[in-house]
Design a protein around this ligand. Structure first.
Ligand code: ASP
Length: 450
């Protein structure tokens, strides 16, 4: 059995957490490839090491002396290493590493920022490997560059290059416990480049795919993924099993369990993902699979939603007969670089639903003007829209799902303006005014879980 385990920032926030992580690692000899984040928050108002590093780099880039920020970073690592009773050598090594990055040439701002940002994960990996050595285990820090994790040349927003998979598959030949820092790799020019924020999940997923892992474990600080946002519903039902497709749709509509792209490498290889709690490793957790048996399962796996949508309504008499009309509208959006989310359509009408953040007042005016020139009868934009979704493999195979949802909306006086059923095989989407958002989610939860 081959396991790749990734531990998030809260699992590595201090020495105590790192001890828990190491207990978990050594409790199963199949855990041989470990990905670590940078130390995260120890308490609610604490600052993650990555954020400390970003402010260190930003302060320096503004031409201001950043010794205060530098000390804050070093002190975080120092206290972890001291509490783990590691020798001074590692602290020296970490201080020198961050100091040399801090003093490096900063003429390329992106390059400078990424080298500093990456040092959170990099030095955390060194500490974890060292601690495992001191408690008697054969563990080693792996440098992503030497291992061959090659990323695109986009500072702060890199993505994996295909050759990485072959390179990284060689990690299978190494029998020790390998501690691999998440969040960054190297460009073909040899520069440190980081993935988008939260990117250690992506590193774990890339490694799992590269070594053909049997399972990708993702350790965080919750017992499981919940079927609905726990800020809206108290003690919601846990989700123990779900499919990639369900997870993708739930993440789309507000579930912030995974970095958006994190599942892609494991998805293509069909590797199951197991989300587990470092603080309660006995808990069942949540498993994400390729396929699932739907018999005996609640047809609704989760309820999610998001606010901040806008809708462009377009009406044109005999629109259905005009070949190419939608293409012309979409071309306008493309030319204005506006991504859209959904296009529900009628006979003579279409609505284009997009995220408000992509639509400035200026682009809105421009787009409406251009669409009107296509000979339309009516064009207007509505803001402050919410999308609420029911997600579940098999939720469309029963007559009950839609009936229950409509009843829940009617009983709570929630006016639904748009329904999208059938476009996705695992979800039904409802569009409504933002003011109904919270109520709608709670009403749906009660309808399907009470
Ligand atoms: N430490 C990085 C961040 O805070 C990456 C990660 O934790 O996944 O975004």
């Amino acid at each position: 059995m081959r396991i790749v385990s990734k531990f998030g920032g809260s699992s590595l926030a201090d020495a105590n957490q790192i001890r828990k992580v190491c207990d978990i690692i050594v409790s199963n000899t199949d855990r041989k490839l470990i990905v670590v984040s940078a130390p995260g928050k120890r308490f609610r108002d604490d600052i993650k090491v990555t954020d400390l590093l970003i402010s260190l780099a930003n302060t320096h880039l503004q031409g201001i002396d950043a010794s205060y920020e530098f000390k804050a970073v070093i002190n975080r690592f120092k206290s972890i290493a001291a509490d783990l009773k590691l020798d001074d050598e590692i602290i020296d090594e970490i201080s020198k590493d961050i100091f040399s990055k801090y003093n490096a040439d900063s003429s390329n701002r992106g390059k400078y920022m990424d080298a500093i940002k990456a040092s959170g994960e990099d030095n955390c990996a060194k500490i974890v490997a060292k601690y495992l050595n001191t408690i008697g285990y054969d563990a080693e820090y792996i440098n992503p560059g030497s291992a061959g994790l090659v990323l695109s040349d986009e500072f702060g927003n890199a993505s994996v290059l295909p050759e990485s998979y072959d390179n990284l598959s060689r990690l299978n030949d190494n029998p020790s416990i390998k501690i691999f820092p998440g969040f960054f790799g190297y460009s073909i020019h040899g520069d440190i480049v980081t993935l988008p924020r939260g990117g250690s999940d992506v590193t774990g997923s890339i490694l799992a795919a590269a070594v053909s892992a049997d399972i990708y474990e993702n350790f965080t600080d919750v017992d499981s993924v919940f079927s609905v946002n726990p800020n809206l519903v108290k003690n919601p039902a846990p989700i123990n099993d779900l499919t990639y497709k369900e997870m993708r749709e739930l993440s789309y509509a507000g579930f912030s369990v995974f970095h958006e792209e994190a599942l892609t490498p494991v998805y293509y290889k069909g590797i199951p993902v197991h989300i587990k709690n470092t603080n309660n490793p006995e808990a069942k957790g949540t498993k994400i699979h390729k396929d699932i048996t739907i018999e005996g399962r609640n047809p609704v796996t989760g309820i999610a939603g998001d606010k901040g949508f806008s809708s462009i309504y377009i009406r044109k008499y005999l629109m259905n007969r005009e070949i190419g009309f939608t293409r012309k509208v979409l071309q306008i959006l493309e030319e204005e670089s506006i991504p859209y989310e959904h296009i529900p359509s009628g006979i003579d009408d279409i609505s284009i639903i997009l995220r408000k953040k992509f639509l400035t007042a200026d682009t809105e005016r421009k787009i409406v003007k251009r669409i009107k020139k296509l000979g339309t009868d009516e064009v207007y934009v509505t803001h402050n829209q919410a999308l609420v979704m029911i997600v579940g493999e098999g939720c469309l195979d029963t007559t009950e799902t839609f009936a229950k949802a409509s009843r829940a909306f009617a009983d709570n006086n929630i006016l639904v303006k748009m329904v999208n059923q059938g476009s996705s095989t695992v979800s039904i989407m409802f569009g409504m005014d933002e003011r109904y958002y919270e109520e709608a989610i709670v009403a749906l939860y009660k309808a399907f879980y009470a």
